[in-house]
Design a protein around this ligand. Structure first.
Ligand code: UT7
Length: 322
């Protein structure tokens, strides 16, 4: 039986940091409001000359180094992102070329904040069926480019970054199970109104920015994150006590706390980075995982649950033994 396991992790955050005090100068907000409603203290924002693929390349190099693999060892590439460099070619091909990886299948997956979990789940299947042995899986975003910097409802929430893992074939599990879902009836609660075939002329104007009904998103996010987490544990006949680390999508500290409460999960088992990263969409889970691995909290053999939720709505969980 072939399983997949995470061999190495990496992350990259742009140098530029925007604190809540910086945002107080741009919109009518306060450090007190942002922290009490979201937990966010700062976020990173890419400079104009940085593209999402640049963030990915740095995170990927980090992950390859920690897994001790070289570009020629990689035989497939998956990238979850909502903010690719271009409409085409797909961002994974751009990253493949920048990293000097020999030609290979390149997948870009758009599932908003669930993008990394969708990508990881897909990569796991290719390894299990024997079609690939080492896959580079990235979640990345320059989501600050989609934000209206005059809209205090959204501009305080988001940040940029990239997280990456090397997934490799193994005779021991690794990834125990993956659980994906989506329901397009919720599109209007969270979306970006410009695409290749819709409203393209509005790109770059004030009409092009993230549209969000924050309260409604909040409620569905809490419910869905707890439901899919339970589904992952039940499938494997495991309980919350068995779990060492819970890594939910980092959108809002209150969402994370509410989901953890619904699951009876002590906050000590929850990796939290939203305070310093903001909501980095598809990058949030792999970056939080890398933080926990590199600071020594997450150890080999421990049971970890990734739990994602995002626009669509899309959602997904991955239960794994690190
Ligand atoms: O990855 C998934 C993507 N999105 C999310 O997960 C977002 C989910 N939703 C949330 O995180 C929260 O709903 C928000 C943080 C967006 C908002 O928090 P809230 O506690 O739901 O606040 P609210 O929307 O009910 O707004 C309360 C008040 C409003 O004023 P009035 O109408 O009561 O006078 C807002 O205008 O807070 C006001 N407000 C702000 N005030 C200061 C909204 N944004 C700000 C701000 N600074 N940045």
């Amino acid at each position: 039986m072939i399983y997949s396991r995470i061999a190495g992790t990496g992350r990259y955050l742009p140098d530029r940091i925007l604190t809540n005090a910086d945002l107080e100068k741009i919109v009518d907000t306060s450090d007190e409001w942002i922290i009490s409603r979201t937990g966010i203290e700062q976020r990173h924002a890419a400079n104009e000359d940085e593209f999402t693929s640049d963030l990915c390349v740095n995170a990927a190099r980090n992950a390859m180094e920690s897994a001790a693999v070289s570009p020629s060892d990689i035989d497939m590439l998956f990238v979850g992102t909502t903010t690719p460099d271009l409409i085409f070619p797909n961002i994974a091909t751009i990253i493949q070329h920048k990293l000097g990886i020999p030609a290979l299948p390149c997948y870009a997956i758009e599932a908003a904040c669930s993008g990394f979990v969708y990508a990881l789940s897909s990569a796991d299947k290719f390894i299990r069926c024997g079609e690939a042995k080492k896959i580079l899986v990235i979640g990345a975003e320059i989501i600050t480019r989609l934000v209206d910097w005059e809209d205090r409802n959204t501009c305080v929430l988001f940040g940029d970054g990239a997280g990456a893992v090397i997934l490799e074939a193994s005779s021991n599990p690794g990834v125990l199970s993956t659980h994906l879902g989506a329901d397009g009836q919720y599109q209007k609660l969270l979306y970006y109104p410009v695409g290749a075939s819709t409203n393209l002329a509005a790109a770059g104007t004030a009409d092009a920015s993230i549209m969000m009904s924050g309260n409604d998103v909040f409620k569905v996010a809490v419910r869905t994150l707890s439901e899919v987490a339970k589904e992952a544990l039940n499938t494997n006949k495991l309980s919350l006590e068995d779990l060492d680390w819970f890594i939910p999508h980092q959108a809002n500290l209150r969402i994370i706390q509410a989901a953890a409460k619904k699951l009876n999960m002590p906050m000590e088992k929850v990796i939290q980075t939203v305070q310093i990263h903001g909501n980095t969409s598809a990058a949030s889970i792999p970056m939080a995982f890398d933080v926990g691995v590199r600071d020594g909290r997450i150890k080999r053999g421990q049971l970890v649950l990734f739990d994602a939720f995002g626009g669509g709505f899309t959602w997904g969980a991955v239960l794994l033994r690190y």
